[in-house]
Every structure is written in C-alpha cells, then in structure tokens.
Design a protein around this ligand. Structure first.
Ligand code: ATP
Ligand code: MG
Length: 409
C-alpha cells in the first residue's frame, strides 16, 4: 500500500482531553477515530490490527472445537425477561422501542440468545457438547468511558459459549478454554496473570480473568510473586506484602492491570430459567451445564499500545502489525524503491510504502509513530542496498534487497 493513498494521515497533536497512551497514539497514528465518548471507528490501519488479533483468537477457538457463527445484535425484551436480566442488568443495557412500541435491547452479551438457540436444536445427550462463538459488537452503557479504546460503549467482543451434559464435562472444557486463552495471550506477547474474580451480572460463581500488567489499567489485581495465584480487588480480602496462602512461599503483589479476557463456568442456572433440558442416556430430563468465555479484541489493541510504545510512538509486535515493513523512499532512490516494493509484494510481504514528497524527518517520525516492526530506507546514499532498522532498536544496518526479502518472508 502506498502511504500517499492511505486514509487518513497521521496527526501532529493528540486529541484534546485524551489522557491515556492508547487514545493519544492510536488517534495520532490514524488507527481509530472517536465519534462520541466510548464510540470509535476502526480506521483502515486499526481494522488491520484488529483483524490480526481476531485471527489469532479464531485459530485458538477452533483448536478447542469452537464453531464460528454470527448472532443478531437487536434482541427482543421477552428473551431477557426469561432470566430476569431485563431488570437485573438494566444499568448497562441500551433499551429501545420501535414505532409499534415493541421493546428491544442492543446486545450487551449473548447468553440468553445462545440458550434460545440450544433449546431449539438440542434434544438428547447425543447432541452435546456444543461450543459456538462469534465476533461482534457489544453495547454497554458504561458510566465512565475514558481510557481510550480500552472502554467503549460500543466495542468488539469474541464470545464463546459451551453446553455440556455434566458439571465434570463443563469444568474439563472450561480448563481447555483457559488453555486456549493462555495461548492467545502468549502469542500476543503479553505479561499477564490469571485472576479469580466475581461473576457480576452473569453468575454467583467465581470466574477467571486474564489481566495484562499495565500502569494504564483500570483494574487492581493481586498476585503471588512465586506461584500462579492471583485475584482481583473485588474478591481479595488481604493486602500487598501478605504471604501467599496458596503456596506459602511467595509474597502478594498489588498492581494495575487491564482485563482482556474473562471465562465464566455458569452451571445450570440459565438452562433452568429458560427450559433447556436434554434427555440423558437413562431417558431422564436434565438441564445443560453452560459456560461463556469473552475476549475484547478492540481492548486488546489498546492494551498492546499501553505496553508497547516509547516517546515517539507505537511498537507493534510482529504478529499483529498492520504491515510487516515500512518502506521509506528518499530522493535519488526511485528505481531501487520500486524494485523493493514490487519484489516484497510479489512474495506476499505486506508493505507500507511512504511515497510522499516530504522530508526524511517527517517520514521517519511517521514511521516511528505508526510503529511497523521494520523500517527499510532506500536513498541515494545507500546505493543498491537498503537501510534496515527494527522499530524496537536504534541500530541500523545495510542489507541487500535479497537479504531483506529473505528476512521478511
Ligand atoms: P470490565 O470489568 O472491564 O467492565 P467486564 O468484566 O464487564 O469488563 P466481560 O463481560 O467479562 O467484561 O467481557 C469480556 C471481555 O470483553 C473483557 O474481558 C474485555 O476484554 C472486553 N470488554 C468488556 N467491556 C468492554 C468495554 N466497555 N470496552 C471494550 N472492551 C470491553
Ligand atoms: Mg469481566
């Protein structure tokens, strides 16, 4: 892609009132645009990053048997009344009426919708277990929508739902999904902890959160500096410096964190409320055991920026970067640049080519702000070579086009 054609261009100034790093850098870099508080357009660069994040999540969900689908976002009141959540979750729901006075809510989660799907399609134990997921928009009337794209009133979520014949089967699958989440967050390169947490408007049971350690986080968590115990502030009754009650060796550490994922072992409550009974092998009617599992890809993008940046801009990990290489052409290297651009594209490397007629300084500053992992500079000075620089390092080296292609392929 030629940078001269990319919409939109970078901005010199951070938006007024922006407090968080992800808000400032993602807006300045041209990744996101704010419509109103908590509501964001994912611009072409941002959409590329989110799609890369989604693909990693998708692969790990498929690996544990998740089947991708897509559910509606406009939900009738009646379904939400079956569990009582029409009233219980009132504060975070966006409710509306149509011209004939019928009442709806914009999706803030999908447990009831999945339960309705299950009861229409599951008859016996032979139809179970089932695991389905989708990527879609969630609407939540969040009281505070600061923190940039970390907290939207409209945001993207991957939510997986599973149904089982027994508690044992649910809990085995729950552990499998936790393992899949570990793989997702390892692949994204996060320093994170798994913490015990409450269930909010979802369940009375305890749940597990995946928390990225970051000063820019809104959550406070406690974890052991020796074993893998962790808990969030809402349920932990101790304090920093306590001896870990789990392993008896380590000390409890308190820190700020960003919740990027949450898994819920919901049990039979939803099935009982909504009449999702299956026939077991003895011919008896039983409620299904249910679980739900969320990750917020737009929040993940924001979290990546919070933990991967310097004073000049973003430093994307390779696995999610919007392009693999940022090609910068300076005067006197037209032929070289065209050749490099052509060859890299031919072998399938995603290139952003800054082909504008602006100074080297402007191009370098934009490359640093946008944060693509590798910068390649073609100039009269470098002759038939290219200057290779990783965004995360200050070292530069001259390489041949063949060598650059080999490394990026
Ligand atoms: P929080 O405690 O931060 O409000 P939550 O616990 O209500 O989040 P869940 O219902 O567990 O959120 O949602 C699953 C995932 O969706 C979260 O782990 C997070 O990654 C993402 N998410 C939740 N709320 C938002 C939001 N307002 N904006 C962006 N992403 C969100
Ligand atoms: Mg949560």
């Amino acid at each position: 892609m030629r940078y001269s054609q990319l919409f939109p261009k970078t901005k010199k100034e951070a938006p007024k009132g922006a407090e968080s790093v992800n808000h400032k850098l993602l807006v300045r870099g041209g990744f996101i645009d704010q419509l109103m508080a908590g509501s964001w357009t994912l611009l072409p660069l941002g959409w590329r990053v989110v799609n890369n994040i989604n693909q990693i999540i998708r692969e790990e969900m498929n690996a544990v048997g998740g089947q991708e689908m897509l559910m509606p976002l406009l939900h009738p009141k009646e379904i939400w009344n079956e569990t009582g959540r029409w009233d219980k979750a009132d504060e975070i729901m966006y409710k509306l009426k149509d011209a004939r006075d019928r009442e709806y809510v914009l999706s803030f989660t999908h447990e009831e919708i999945v339960m309705d799907l299950l009861r229409k399609n599951i008859v016996s134990f032979k139809d179970l277990p089932v695991a389905v997921y989708h990527f879609s928009t969630k609407f939540r009337n969040e009281p505070r929508a600061r923190s940039g794209i970390l907290r939207g009133r409209e945001f993207m979520m991957k939510d997986l739902y599973s149904a089982h014949t027994s508690e044992k089967d649910l809990m085995e699958y729950y552990e499998k999904v936790k393992g899949a989440y570990v793989k997702v967050f390892e692949r994204l390169g996060f320093d994170y902890r798994v913490t015990e947490a409450g269930g909010g408007v979802f369940t009375d049971k305890n749940t597990h959160e995946f928390q990225v350690l970051s000063a820019g986080g809104e959550d406070t968590i406690f974890y052991c500096d020796s074993c893998d115990w962790g808990a969030n502030q809402e349920i932990f009754k101790g304090s920093q410096g306590d001896k870990c009650s789990e392993c008896g060796k380590g000390q409890v550490v308190k820190t700020k964190a960003i919740e990027v994922g949450n898994v819920f072992p919901l049990g039979t409550w939803y099935a009982e409320k909504m009449g999702m009974y299956f026939t077991d092998s003895q011919g008896q009617k039983k409620p299904v055991w249910f679980g739900s599992y969320g990750i917020g890809p737009t929040r993940v993008m924001g979290a990546l920026v919070e933990v991967n940046h310097d004073e000049r801009g973003i430093i994307w990990p390779e696995v999610v970067a919007p392009f693999a290489v940022h090609l910068v052409s300076l005067p006197g290297a037209e032929k070289q640049t065209k050749e490099a651009y052509g060859q890299l594209k031919e072998v399938g490397v995603e290139v952003l080519w800054d082909d504008r007629e602006v100074s080297a300084g402007v191009k370098f500053a934009d490359a640093d702000l946008i944060g693509i992992p590798v910068r390649l500079v073609a100039s009269a000075k470098s002759k038939d070579k290219l200057e290779w620089k990783a965004r995360s390092s200050d070292k530069t080296e001259l390489v041949s086009l063949d060598e650059a292609v080999k490394r990026l392929k």
